[in-house]
Ligand binder design. Structure first.
Ligand code: SF4
Length: 258
């Protein structure tokens, strides 16, 4: 392994250990500590090669139907979150928006925070940007109820300001558990905020997008937020290029236009 790969691996392991701590893991068994003499094997095992993309098939609704035994994990996460007041947004929100969609989704979209329209309607991505996202989802060959939609934080910040550090600190562990309960093959992070939070980086979205990133056994594809596309229509081409990579990874094809 060359130096850049080793540094990337160390950064990835560091992020993983941070996330374990965020989800309540306070320590690892002594046996899991890597001895310097045995470092090569466990580290090599930790770097799993990306699976070859499956053969493209036209998506049928049954491919993404909810499995009968799934949904219990996420129900437990929702119950643990409860009528949350862990951060100050608990006092200003009118609705807590946990997420919506297929609890066994192969594909999840994660935005930053609910907006005013979302809060009013009680579902994430209910505004104009959400309508554009729905069109993107349909162009990929999915119905909106076949995928899952959520945000990094579950309550609307006052005046739709950016979420603050303490709000993310309290809410992010629930997002991680939520994603782990669903277990999607691909998570699309929408915009700078969601992408930087999950990938624990300050890199701009323009550098993060278009490339798959490993995330707790799932795969993240960062792309531009649909609200940004409403202001910068020229960037739709980039987002579609990113979504085509996601479709290839999932083995789905865009529906034929008639
Ligand atoms: S934003 Fe998250 S942590 Fe804060 S009150 Fe809402 S659910 Fe709880």
């Amino acid at each position: 392994m060359d130096l850049p790969d080793a540094l990337e691996l160390i950064a990835s392991l560091e992020g993983y250990l941070h996330d374990l701590r965020d989800t309540g893991v306070e320590g690892l068994p002594l046996g899991s500590v890597i001895s310097p003499h045995k470092a090569a094997a466990p580290l090599a095992a930790a770097v799993r090669p990306s699976p070859a993309p499956p053969k493209p098939v036209v998506l049928e609704p049954s491919v993404v139907s909810v499995a009968a035994d799934q949904g219990g994990g996420i129900k437990a996460v929702r119950e643990e979150l409860g009528d949350c007041r862990r951060c100050s947004l608990g006092a200003t929100r009118t609705k807590l928006l946990f997420g919506a969609g297929n609890l066994a989704a192969r594909l999840v979209f994660v935005g930053d925070a609910p907006g005013g329209e979302d809060e009013q309607q009680g579902i994430p991505f209910a505004d104009e940007a959400g309508e554009l996202l729905t069109k993107i989802i349909q162009a990929m060959g999915f119905r909106r109820d076949e995928i899952y939609l959520c945000n990094v934080i579950k309550c609307r910040p006052p005046h739709d300001r950016d979420p603050q550090h303490d709000e993310i600190r309290e809410c992010y562990p629930f997002l991680l558990k939520q994603l782990q309960a669903i277990g999607p093959e691909v998570v699309v992070t929408l915009g700078t905020f969601a992408s930087q939070t999950l990938l624990r980086t300050k890199e701009p979205i323009s550098k993060l997008r278009g490339v798959f990133h490993d995330y707790h056994g799932m795969t993240i594809m960062p792309t531009f937020h649909p609200a940004y596309l409403l202001r910068n229509g020229a960037m739709k081409r980039e987002v579609w290029a990113d979504m085509q990579k996601v479709m290839k990874r999932l083995g789905v094809e865009a529906p034929v236009k008639r």
